[in-house]
Design a protein around this ligand. Structure first.
Ligand SMILES: Nc1ncnc2c1ncn2[C@@H]1O[C@H](COP(=O)(O)OP(=O)(O)O)[C@@H](O)[C@H]1O
Ligand SMILES: [Mg+2]
Length: 468
């Protein structure tokens, strides 16, 4: 069977931009993988960052596939931030998939299928293909439109230093040409297999046509020799993309809608086989990427044992998990274990620990967040915000930034001052005050049985149901 690796362009590379980590651009390490105190948006947490740096190195040298890494630490200590930093340092060529454990349960497909898809999204296949391209300088483009404008046809003249040919143009090619804004004097390459046009630059002979140039115009010389040449092109797709393109019921359109359904295991088996062959023949290179599972304690024992199995697969990414649990029960069992992870999975994991921040670090992080959100804040307000951050949580304090800014704007101030922080602190509860408030006012809320108290009267949950 033949296996396809190209659909249309796939631009749904998972939306990795998580607003609250937007200030993080890497792990902040120097060339010896030593963490700098503050760099690339990262503050403190030096040991964990150093450990992540070593993991990064091992990923880049492909020494670590099939292993798992667990980032463990109290809430708001930068576990997710570290994973984001790592993904940024990996660069765009290594696939990185991030999911939160609970997402795996919220799909229409089974959780094991969901996990399998996540694993296969995190494995890149770099494929070498030979294609035939037409490469040369555009001499002339001539387009005739029919009166209704619906049908177009035309001709394009392309030359090298040695020859010149006229090609007929159809609708699709004309659209491509106008999309890429190709004009006479451009050096272009047309992929014969899919009709894709790439602009390589402008011809030196046109260096004096100032009106047809942008600031970033690249001048190159007109190609020599034949117009049609064979070229090796490299493209990278994930195993999951190959799965979807080749599963007949769905086709590559499913890649855009994300609605891939369950993929039959025979399809996957055949693809694995083929990819294995390509690898042997030197046609493809396998790039193990990273799968990040946040809040991993939300998974149950079935998921964990499935992950164990997937880690032993022929193609496996590096799995990074994050948890804030200490000794706790694994979901779906009665056993307690460290971090709520079953022991066999824990056994194959490298554990990276994150620690609570001191006040100075909290202040630095909050300052970075203020810069990121373009919020001016004075020093007193910053001090109070830091105090709130160290007594409640970094995340809560971080959330108060935008709220306080709105409050400041309302009184027409460009700067957030002490009063604004105080007001937002009173307006919005942090979790511990919320718990205290609930305990004091328990009777006003609906309880687990649906009972609620109005004044002195208790109304049971059954009585409240609306007749339909
Ligand atoms: N070392 C750090 N440097 C910079 N920002 C950090 C650092 N640690 C945490 N943050 C930021 O603080 C907030 C909370 O951290 P987060 O990574 O969500 O914590 P966790 O996942 O451990 O609960 C996020 O906005 C995060 O980007
Ligand atoms: Mg987190």
């Amino acid at each position: 069977m033949s296996i396809e690796t190209t659909g249309a362009t796939t631009e749904n590379s998972s939306i990795s931009l998580i607003a609250s980590h937007s200030h993080i651009t890497g792990l902040g390490l120097d060339e010896h993988l030593q963490p700098k105190e503050t760099s690339q948006g990262m503050v403190g947490q030096l040991n964990a960052r150093k450990a992540c740096g070593i993991v990064l190195k091992m990923i880049q040298q492909a020494q670590i596939a099939g292993r798992a890494i667990l980032i463990a630490g109290p809430p708001s200590t930068g576990k997710t931030a570290l994973a984001m930093g790592l993904s940024q340092s990996l660069g765009s060529d290594v696939p990185f998939t991030a999911v939160t454990a609970s997402e795996l349960y919220s799909k229409e497909i089974s959780k094991t299928e969901s996990l399998t898809q996540c694993f296969r999204k995190s494995i890149g296949i770099r494929i070498k293909e030979e294609t035939e391209v037409i490469e040369g300088e555009v001499v002339e483009i001539q387009i005739d439109r029919s009166l209704t404008g619906g049908h177009k046809q035309g001709k394009i003249t392309i030359r090298t230093t040695d020859m010149e040919t006229i090609y007929e143009l159809g609708n699709k090619m004309i659209d491509e040409l106008s999309k890429e804004k190709i004009v006479a004097g451009d050096i272009i390459s047309i992929d014969k297999a899919n009709g894709k046009i790439t602009k390589l630059g402008r011809s030196f002979t046109r260096a004096r046509d100032y009106d047809a140039m942008g600031a970033d115009t690249k001048f190159i010389s007109c190609p020599e020799g034949e117009l049609q040449v064979r070229k090796e092109v490299l493209h990278t797709v994930s195993l999951h993309e190959i799965d979807v393109i080749n599963s007949r019921q769905q086709g590559f359109l499913a890649l855009f809608s994300g609605d891939t359904g369950e993929i039959r295991s025979e399809v996957r088996d055949q693809i694995n086989l083929k990819v294995g062959e390509w690898k042997e023949e030197g046609k493809a290179e396998i790039i193990p990427g990273v799968l990040f599972i946040d809040e991993v304690h939300m998974l149950d024992i079935e998921c964990f044992s499935f992950i164990n199995r997937l880690l032993e697969d022929e193609f496996s990414p590096i799995v990074i998990m994050a948890t804030n649990r200490g000794i706790s029960k694994t979901r779906g069992t009665n056993y307690k274990s460290p971090h709520g992870l079953p022991l066999d999975l824990l056994d194959r994991s490298i554990i990276i620990k994150t620690e609570k921040y001191n006040e100075e670090e909290i202040m630095k992080i909050l300052q970075i967040r203020c810069n990121e959100e373009e919020v001016e804040i004075n020093i007193d307000a910053m001090k109070l915000l830091t105090k709130i951050g160290s007594e409640t949580s970094l995340r809560y304090a971080s959330n108060l930034i935008s709220v306080s800014n709105l409050i400041a704007k309302k009184r027409r101030s460009e700067t957030v001052e002490l009063e604004d922080i105080k007001r937002s602190y009173l307006l919005f509860l942090d979790s511990s005050r919320s718990v205290a408030f609930l305990q004091e006012n328990e009777s006003n809320y609906i309880d687990d049985d649906g009972n609620v108290q109005f004044g002195s009267k208790v109304v049971s949950g059954d009585a409240m149901e609306v007749d339909s």
